[in-house]
Design a protein around this ligand. Structure first.
Ligand SMILES: Cc1cc2nc3c(=O)[nH]c(=O)nc-3n(C[C@H](O)[C@H](O)[C@H](O)COP(=O)(O)OP(=O)(O)OC[C@H]3O[C@@H](n4cnc5c(N)ncnc54)[C@H](O)[C@@H]3O)c2cc1C
Length: 606
């Protein structure tokens, strides 16, 4: 079973040496508490909690799963106690306003915490994770009274929250939502309908659950323009803030799932439950999507988490397990066979996991800085600032969510592969990582939907290629000073320069083709997303390698071995993973006819 150890060394390298987070925090409003000492204390504290409390519950939580009995859900042994410890530690509100009992530290710190928690135990992390979406929505759109009622217990973690979008007939296409909201004389609404797949929809860890629900008013226009947003508490809240009568929103069942089995995924039946409107009528979807970028980046973290955990699980095994002799000659002469790690094919699998985990971490830490600025815009009431950073984040989001989760899943499979047949056996915990990772490419927008969002919306419709131009210019600016360097840095810089020019040109070609053939966008979007992910990760690997190279030359905080291994992992990425972008480039440029020409009735013959 993988023994999770928070990768603090790599986290600190990115925070302090690559992205200079202390300078970033110094420019943030209200971030005076985010001093280097405080940041370090948070990293250390979260690491201890994750290693000692959450990680030991990961395997047992999967084995036991959640149980459903007559509307009630019991989480696996130890979860309730771990959640109580999480609440007592003040972890839930670290990035929420002091006014509501939080610590008001930058949002990026919350993301670092989530990375550690999610890697230690993704199922557990779902419970506080969904609350974040609920809190963000109430904070942004709630009335003062709603904020005063719901924010303090959500920020402390005493209550948890959910996001109720999906219904049996629709998950992606929320224009089909049917749940009804009937206005009542007292200004409340009666909510009636069924929501499915609601994470943390019912459980035994908190005193109340606050559901954020999409529903339709009686006279609402059809489609996405007729959806409103409601707060529906599991228990009504008394005037003094205490928990009152049960609201008729009842858990009808929980799903039996492939993975994240300790996370309760509930069917919720709203049977005339009392709801309170939040945001403007018929503008609910817009409101719910306000923090969509940050929620999706939160899910991108799952790809990083599973790549990291699977690497941590498979590395010690590859060092201990022995099989045959290395092709270049005996390595462990005093044993009957050499350790797996001597075999090039096993090293390929290990290095892929490492390169993806560390490349993804750099991509996410870069986006986290943008998220801080976006949240600062909200806190300052500066709409222009919020929109600027939300737009910038909007370009990274589908790439991070789509590409990193796809690669995290691949890494989880590679981790199992390193174990051979033992990877398929439950007790080692490796097959669990693969099962847990599988959901990450499905929820919070499938990979296909992220890909359509990137190519169709962000690149073609919203910016007409400007977002690609801006990012590739950044790539060129970073690579240019190193083009003539010898050694690995020069090789990586030239590769980044070439890909930046190629990405721009390719985008233009796709735009021209899409103008003539509408199916081009859907047919090419997956390959465009994966191409973009491989190239963007290359940019962030070059960034890390440049810093490591400078530190090697001038001396840095870490040992020379750390920096050397960084550069070697970067070399592996450029030689063994980045070339996969070529396959995606070729595929996306193929005509749509081979995808579209077959008659639907000819997909099978019985
Ligand atoms: C464990 C789990 C937890 C979840 N948690 C929550 C939660 O907390 N709250 C919540 O509201 N929901 C939740 N969901 C629901 C989840 O977000 C949806 O399942 C997901 O968005 C996909 O929707 P769907 O299942 O209806 O698939 P569909 O929308 O039916 O999609 C099916 C397939 O068609 C593709 N597709 C759909 N439309 C298009 C298109 N226009 N072009 C190209 N391809 C398309 C999709 O990419 C996908 O491959 C959860 C689901 C699971 C399994």
């Amino acid at each position: 079973m993988p023994q999770y150890k928070a990768p603090l060394r790599d986290m600190r390298f990115l925070l302090n040496e690559v992205f200079d987070y202390s300078a970033h925090y110094a420019q943030q409003p209200n971030a005076e508490d985010a001093t280097p000492d405080m940041v370090d204390a948070i990293l250390e504290g979260a690491a201890t909690f994750c290693e000692e409390v959450l990680a030991p519950l990961n395997l047992s939580g999967d084995q036991e799963g959640c149980t459903f009995n007559n509307g009630e859900v019991t989480t696996p042994k130890g979860f309730k106690e771990a959640y109580a410890e999480y609440v007592a530690g003040g972890w839930q509100g670290i990035s929420h306003p002091k006014q509501y009992g939080g610590q008001e530290l930058p949002m990026s710190l919350n993301l670092l915490k989530s990375e550690m928690m999610g890697t230690a135990n993704w199922s557990f992390t779902m419970y506080p994770g969904l609350s974040l979406g609920c809190m963000n929505t109430i904070f942004q759109f709630g009335t003062e009274a709603q904020k005063n009622t719901y924010m303090p217990p959500l920020v402390s973690g005493e209550w948890t929250g959910t996001m109720c979008l999906t219904e049996p007939q629709c998950g992606t296409d929320l224009g089909q939502v049917k749940t009804k909201a009937e206005p009542q004389p007292d200004g409340t609404y009666k909510i009636t309908g069924t929501k499915i797949f609601i994470s943390a929809g019912e459980h035994d860890m908190s005193a109340n659950i606050i559901h954020i629900v999409l529903a339709r008013l009686p006279d609402a226009p059809k489609g996405t323009r007729g959806i409103s947003l409601f707060i529906v508490p599991k228990f009504m809240v008394n005037a003094d803030g205490s928990v009152g009568a049960r609201n008729p929103v009842v858990c009808g069942a929980i799903e039996h799932k492939m993975g994240i089995r300790a996370s309760a995924t509930a069917v919720l039946n709203f049977d005339g439950a009392t709801g309170f409107m939040i945001a403007e009528p018929n503008k609910g979807l817009e409101a719910m999507f306000t923090f969509m970028n940050t929620a999706r980046i939160g899910t991108a973290v799952q790809g990083l988490a599973h790549a990291e955990l699977s690497y941590q699980g498979s590395l010690p095994y590859a060092k201990e397990r022995r099989s045959m002799r290395a092709l270049s000659g005996k390595k462990d002469a005093d044993h009957t066979a050499d350790a797996l790690i001597w075999h090039a094919d096993v090293r390929r699998m290990l290095l892929t996991q490492r390169a993806v985990a560390e490349g993804a971490r750099a991509m996410i830490y870069n986006a986290a800085k943008l998220a801080d600025n976006m949240v600062a815009g909200v806190a300052e009431g500066n709409k222009a600032k919020y929109e600027e950073y939300d737009d910038r984040l909007g370009f990274f989001t589908p790439i991070l969510k789509g590409f990193i989760t796809e690669m995290g899943l691949e890494c989880a499979n590679l981790g199992m592969q390193v174990f051979g047949g033992h990877g398929y056996i439950k007790e080692h915990g490796m097959e669990q990582i693969a099962r847990d990772a599988r959901i990450s490419t499905l929820y919070e927008g499938t990979t296909g939907i992220q890909a359509l969002d990137l190519l169709g919306r962000k690149v073609l419709l919203q910016t007409r290629g400007k977002c690609i131009k801006e990012f590739t210019n950044e790539m060129i600016a970073q690579a240019k000073p190193h083009l003539l360097d010898g050694g690995p840095i020069g090789m990586m810089a030239r590769a980044c320069f070439k890909r930046a020019v190629q990405w721009k040109a390719m985008t233009l070609r796709i735009m021209l083709r899409a103008a003539k053939d509408r199916d081009v966008v859907s047919a090419a979007c997956y390959d465009y997303l994966m191409y973009s992910g491989f190239v963007m990760m290359g940019h962030f690997w070059l960034k890390q390698a440049i810093v490591a190279n400078e530190k090697l030359a001038k001396g840095g905080k870490d040992s020379a071995e750390f920096y050397k291994a960084k550069i070697q992992t970067a070399e592996f990425y450029f030689e063994r993973l980045l070339p996969r972008a070529d396959g995606h480039k070729k595929t996306m440029m193929a005509p749509t006819s081979s995808i579209m020409q077959m008659n639907n009735d000819h997909f099978n013959f019985s």
